[in-house]
Write a protein that binds this ligand. Sequence first.
Ligand code: UDX
Length: 454
Amino acid sequence: MKISIIGTGYVGLVTGVCLAKKGHNVICVDRVESIINSINSGIAPIFEKHLEDLLLEVIRDKLTATSDVGYAVENSEVSIIAVGTPFSEGNIDLKNVKEAAYDIGVILKKKKDYHVVCVKSTVIPTTTDTMILKTLEEASGKKLGEFGLVMNPEFLREGNAVEDFMNPDRIIIGAMDDKSFEVFSKIYKSHFDAPIVKTNSRTAEMIKYTSNALLAALISFSNEIAAISEEIGDTDALEVLEGVHMDRRLSLIVEGKITMPGIIKYLKPSRGFGGSCFPKDVKSLIAFSEKLGYKPKILKSVIEVNESQIERLVLKLKDEIGEIRDKTIAILGLAFKAGTDDIRESQSIKLIRRLIKEGAVLKCYDPIAIENAKKELEEQANLEFYSNYENTLLNADAALIMTDWDTIANISIDVFKKLMKNPVIIDGCRILIKNNIKEQKTKYRGIGLRMIEK
Ligand code: UDX
């Protein structure tokens, strides 16, 4: 099929490159010339595993980038809106989505062939069948039926986005009518081996929010169990939750062997969630629900527990080293999770801001997110960045693990002991092997674990 994609961020570009790889002809549209030039030269403007390799395979033959929306819509059968929905003042800003719909509508006015518009950006339920439909109808002077409209949410994890797109677990298509569904689903039919769920647009929008809200809730649930386990002492929440994972209703027993579904990963104590999706999606769902007249209780607690994780880390640090002012603290990991250079809503960045206020001297390590972190944090004398963990740990009074990178998980306890002034390790990701930590004469505090001196 001939497909145009408006917006070349994580979602738009991954979608475009993967659909091109599946044999479709894709035109990517963006307003920013440098992004277009980069894509057309086969250089991925964002860091995402496998993206650039695939881009090089499809560029020119199957995928091109342009700033000309008119050209892209005229030369395609389907337009996918994948622009950003920034979060401001407790709500997502739908301005970009509306503008993209308007731009497409203007071209549809002149276009004779049937064209389907797809909303892929995460939008609050009812957006597609109210605001987007109205904008398209006004800009095109046509009625639904003369063009098609669907909502097709993405479920792409940063760092795994290409694999997730190529091997989806489900394809949700919220269609405004049967014809929109029939035409749009051709993109996926016979190209992808996953169930296609046909529903209406608001259900599709709600499926996306509910998926992320559930995963975020599992993390906050785990962190509440972690907090209680810390109060008990000598009770490791990691082991508690591993014991819970083994329930056959969570981990199926197949041919006598226990399976560990991906969702189990979210039932784990941690420094809390970040990224461009979970915090924004849960907060938007709360705000939207309140507008409708229902005050969510669980969702509010999900955010509250997550936000309190930073304070809990600071308390652990104070417990171990006392006054924070002028102490040298090593921060291991800046990205919101391993596998990405993205620092949006990263718990690590929030912790850094908090420790700067306390007067700490910070040495920060990340394998790939340093440039983004430098852009985010103002330059200051007591904040330094290192691309190797050895220099970061040198002479530190304490180390806090904030991103689950393998390079960090593989640091041996001996290295911490050799390089640090004082081997206090606070593991916000529970990635260090905790065996023999006590015997190793290291002060180790993991989220969900407070050992009692006997
Ligand atoms: C998420 C969803 O997984 C994806 O389906 C959706 O479409 C977009 O949002 P992403 O934000 O890339 O993807 O990250 P994900 O891997 O789900 O992790 C989100 C956050 O939760 C990260 O900060 C991660 O470190 C944190 N997390 C994850 C935990 O704190 N503990 C865990 O056990 C798992």
